[in-house]
Design a protein around this ligand. Structure first.
Ligand code: SF4
Ligand code: SF4
Length: 348
C-alpha cells in the first residue's frame, strides 16, 4: 500500500496527464449541483462537490447500451446476423466516487458476475475500470452509509482512496490497479503522517452521520409476514411511481432489452428499467401481479430490505447514500420504511 499526496493546484495537470492512458468518468458541475458521468477529453473530475445526482452505476451498467446491431436488408453482407458492437478496451477510471458508491458496485457484481454466470457487458466494463474514491468529510444529513456496512471512508471496494486535507488531497493506493493509476497521474508519495490524518478525518466524518437504520429484526421475520404487513398502502400512498429512486440508486440493477429498428437496420439495446413502472411486471398474458401502485412500492422496499437480505446474507441492498431520499418528489424515505419494517410485530 502506497501513501499519496497531491496539491490541489496540481490536480488538473495530473488529470490531464492521466487522460493520455485512461478514459475518465467523474463528478461534473451542472446547473443544479453535480452529477457523475463519463468525461470528455480535457474535462477534469471536480472533487469539490458535496453529492452527485447520479452515481458511478452508469459506468459499469450504462443507462442505455447497444449490445448488437443487425440489418434485415438482404442486399447487405451479413444480413439477419447479430453483430457484436466493438468495445473500446482503453482502461477507464472512475475518479472521485464516494467510497460507499464503490460498495454499491460490489452489490451490482452479485447480480452480474456470479460464480455460475458472468454478464460479458458488465464484466468487461468492470475489469478495465479503476475506482478512485474521494472520501466524504461532510456527509449529508440523509447519508446513513455507516448503518449499511460501509461509510464515507470505506476503503474495502476501492483501488485508491483520496481525502481532502486542505491544500492537498492525501490518500492511499490500495491495489495494483490503484498504484498504476497513481503512477500515470504522477501523484507524489505521501509522508508518514498521511495514515494518521486519514484516520482522524474518518473519525470526524463518521461522527457527523446521525442518520441510522436497523434491520436486525427484519432478518428474523418471514417474507410473508412482511409482505402482508398492514402498512404498505399507507407507506406508498404519496408515491407517483416516477422511478427516480431506482434510476438514482447505485444498487438498483433492473434492465430491459429492446430492439430499435429504423428501416431495415436495427440495434438491440439494454436499458435501465424500474420496478416502479406500471408495465414492468405485466406478463405476456396481460396479467399484472403488481397492478396497484402501492404493490410496486412494496416490491422495491421488499427487494432492497428483505429479499436481498435473505438471498445473499450480506446486509441490505442499500449503501445508505441517501439519493432516493433527497430526490423523491414526494418525500418517501427508505429510512422510515426500514424502521417501520423492523419495528413490525406480525402477531399484532
Ligand atoms: S422517487 Fe418517490 S415518488 Fe418516485 S417512484 Fe420512488 S418513491 Fe415513488
Ligand atoms: S436505496 Fe436509496 S439510500 Fe439506498 S443505495 Fe439506493 S438510493 Fe442510496
Amino acid at each position: 500500500m502506497k501513501m499519496i499526496s497531491i496539491k490541489k493546484s496540481d490536480w488538473a495537470g495530473a488529470m490531464e496527464k492521466v487522460q493520455k492512458s485512461y478514459r475518465l468518468a467523474g463528478p461534473v458541475k451542472e446547473k443544479k449541483g453535480h452529477t457523475f458521468r463519463e468525461l470528455k477529453d480535457g474535462e477534469t473530475p471536480d472533487l469539490e462537490y458535496s453529492e452527485t445526482r447520479m452515481s458511478v452505476k452508469e459506468v459499469v451498467l450504462p443507462q442505455s447500451e447497444v449490445m448488437f446491431s443487425y440489418s434485415l436488408d438482404e442486399n447487405k453482407e451479413g444480413h439477419h446476423i447479430l453483430e457484436e458492437v466493438p468495445f473500446d478496451e482503453t482502461p477507464r477510471a472512475a475518479v472521485g466516487i464516494r467510497p460507499y458508491d464503490a460498495k454499491a458496485v460490489e452489490i451490482l457484481k452479485k447480480n452480474f458476475m456470479t460464480e455460475d454466470y458472468k454478464d460479458p457487458y458488465f464484466e468487461r466494463r468492470y475489469e478495465n475500470l479503476t475506482l478512485v474514491g474521494m472520501a466524504e468529510n461532510n456527509p449529508s444529513p440523509v447519508n446513513f452509509s455507516t448503518s449499511c456496512g460501509t461509510g464515507p471512508f470505506d476503503e474495502s471496494c476501492l483501488d485508491i482512496i483520496l481525502a481532502d486535507a486542505g491544500d492537498s488531497y492525501i490518500g492511499k493506493a490500495l491495489t495494483e490497479k490503484g498504484e498504476k493509476f497513481a503512477a500515470a497521474a504522477g501523484f507524489a508519495e505521501g509522508d508518514s503522517g498521511v495514515e494518521a490524518k486519514l484516520a482522524e478525518l474518518k473519525e470526524q466524518a463518521e461522527g457527523k452521520i446521525k442518520s441510522k437504520v436497523s434491520f436486525d429484526k427484519i432478518e428474523k421475520m418471514t417474507i410473508l409476514d412482511l409482505y402482508e404487513a398492514p402498512f404498505w398502502e399507507e407507506a406508498a400512498f404519496a408515491c407517483i411511481n416516477c422511478g427516480t429512486c431506482t434510476y438514482a440508486c447505485p444498487t438498483c440493477w433492473c434492465f430491459d432489452i429492446q430492439d430499435e429498428v429504423k428501416g431495415k437496420d436495427g440495434v438491440r439495446m439494454r436499458n435501465w428499467d424500474t420496478c416502479m413502472s406500471e408495465v414492468y411486471s405485466v406478463h405476456t398474458t396481460g396479467h399484472d401481479p403488481r397492478h396497484e401502485a402501492w404493490q410496486r412500492t412494496r416490491n422495491r422496499f421488499m427487494h432492497k430490505l428483505k429479499y436481498y437480505l435473505d438471498k445473499y446474507e450480506d446486509g441490505i441492498m442499500c449503501v445508505g447514500c441517501g439519493r432516493c431520499v433527497s430526490q423523491c418528489p414526494v418525500n418517501i424515505d427508505i429510512r422510515k420504511v426500514c424502521q417501520q419494517m423492523n419495528d413490525y410485530e406480525p402477531s399484532k
